[in-house]
Design a protein around this ligand. Structure first.
Ligand code: HEM
Length: 434
């Protein structure tokens, strides 16, 4: 490359990153061309996300995989407290004293205690309840009008499942759900941060009361097991216990909710592959892995910072810098996946290759539960409503608009569950005769 060509490419990168940083809708509805450009021209790129703290964005598969497991790139948020405060404010500091914000040996201890309670038997025992919750939510959806599948189904399902797992009584879930949706949807303005603080305080107070109740009268749920474990063997402090509930609640529901939305959208926009899944449900598990690779719900791994100068793909990341790892980009890297922009439910070996659940010490603890929820949700939805259709043109889908976000997901997903019953021209395909 000549010097002029190099300069042109650098200018193009700067323009694209700037547009993305300003939340340009074109980039948000389809970030994949930008990531491809970055993989090819600036695989470790300095960016300014909306929280205002400059970060280094890693976009290639091999670099991302290595960085996710690199002990020089830390997850300990207390060691980068100023950056943490700028990003999240003060209200959640105490609630983030959990494994997702810790390095070994603390991370190892916190994860081991939860893993002991989060055993396959406990997850598998949830299967019939997940099916019941799924069926009840689908029963409540109208077949006579367009339904926003995200608010009616994709969000309440994983939230109810995680409440079931933790042991939040059914009659108390509505309030937890409302507070969670405030926490889940707030942005970075002063007003947003105030609302966030209020919802976080209410949730924290609720969980403190719940912990006290379970301590007195344990039941057969994860929280009671965590309390007993803390009391008998290796211990969790009260703060760590609360923070562990917090990470399970949030890591466990937004990820799955957005993924249900992405999955339904991706299958509806690839009808020939949707038909194969409906005709042959045994294809569903691999289809779900391919959805996680192709349009997964975690766009960037949680934030990290460099404990020392680290050089990746020829770029120096100075000690103390924030690091973002673009999982969405890594999963579309042609160096790791053949025809990466093609959606192929039969893609061989995808489950063991994609980075949609992360990798290394922080590999998603809830992956088996998430897979089970996804299978029950999609199987139930398409078995019951095989003609389910979008009620808007696919290219008008509204995606989250935050630049370089944690999540990749839709803000709404209007569908007709049974288009022949919905009085809507677009969904039913009926000509407008009025
Ligand atoms: C489809 C749904 C899900 C996706 C795509 C997903 C993705 C991820 C990813 C990418 C990470 C690693 C983050 C990082 O290294 O920065 C992670 C960690 C984690 N996930 Fe999930 N997750 C999902 C569902 C769940 C569920 C259902 C639970 C729990 C009930 C859960 C609990 C966790 C926890 C506790 C961690 C932190 C593990 C650690 O720090 O050692 N996740 N998840």
């Amino acid at each position: 490359m000549t010097q002029t060509q190099e300069q042109e490419t650098a200018d193009e990168t700067a323009r694209a990153v700037d547009a993305a940083s300003r939340g340009c809708p074109e980039y948000r509805s389809n970030p994949h061309p930008l990531y491809q450009h970055l993989r090819e021209n600036a695989p470790v790129c300095r960016i300014t996300p909306p929280h205002g703290v400059d970060s280094y964005l890693i976009t290639r598969f091999e670099d991302a995989k290595a960085a996710l497991a690199d002990p020089r790139i830390s997850k300990d948020m207390y060691a980068a407290i100023d950056a943490y405060r700028s990003i999240f404010g003060d209200s959640s500091i105490a609630l983030d004293d959990n494994m997702l914000f810790a390095d070994p040996p603390k991370h190892t201890r916190l994860r081991r205690i939860v893993s002991r309670a989060f055993v396959p038997r406990r997850i598998e025992a949830l299967r019939p309840r997940i099916q019941e919750i799924t069926d009840a939510l689908l029963d409540q959806c109208s077949t006579l009008q367009s339904v926003d599948l995200l608010s009616a189904f994709a969000f309440p399902l994983p939230l109810q499942v995680i409440c079931e797992l933790i042991g939040v009584p059914e009659e108390e879930r509505e309030e937890v759900q409302q507070r969670c949706s405030v926490v889940a949807r707030t942005g970075f303005s002063k007003k947003d941060k105030d609302r966030l603080a209020e919802a976080e305080t209410a949730l924290r107070e609720y969980f403190e009361v719940l912990i006290a109740r379970k301590r007195k009268a344990p039941e057969d749920d994860l929280l009671s097991v965590l309390i007993q474990t803390s009391d008998e063997q290796e211990s969790l402090t009260d703060g760590e216990l609360l923070s562990t509930l917090w990470v399970l609640l949030f890591a466990g529901h937004k990820t799955t909710a957005y993924l249900i939305g992405n999955a339904v959208f991706t299958l509806l926009t690839h009808p020939e592959q949707l038909k194969q899944v409906i005709d042959s449900p045994e294809l569903l598990p691999n289809a779900i892995e391919e959805i996680i690779r192709f349009e997964g719900s975690v766009e960037n791994a949680t934030f990290r910072h460099a404990l020392e100068d680290v050089t990746i793909a020829g770029t120096l990341i100075p000690k103390g810098s924030l690091v973002q790892i673009a999982v969405t980009s890594a999963n579309r890297d042609a160096a790791a996946f053949e025809s990466p922009d093609a959606f192929d439910i039969a893609r061989p070996g995808v489950q063991s290759n994609h980075l949609g659940f992360g990798t290394g010490p922080h590999y998603c603890l809830g992956a088996p539960l998430a897979r089970m929820e996804m299978q029950i949700a999609l199987d139930s939805l398409f078995r019951r409503f095989p003609k389910l259709s979008l009620t808007m043109p696919a290219d008008e889908a509204k995606w989250l608009t935050v630049p370089f976000p944690a999540f990749r997901g839709l803000t709404e997903l209007p569908v007709a569950l049974d288009p022949s019953r919905v009085l809507d021209d677009w969904a039913s395909g009926m000509p407008d005769i009025a």
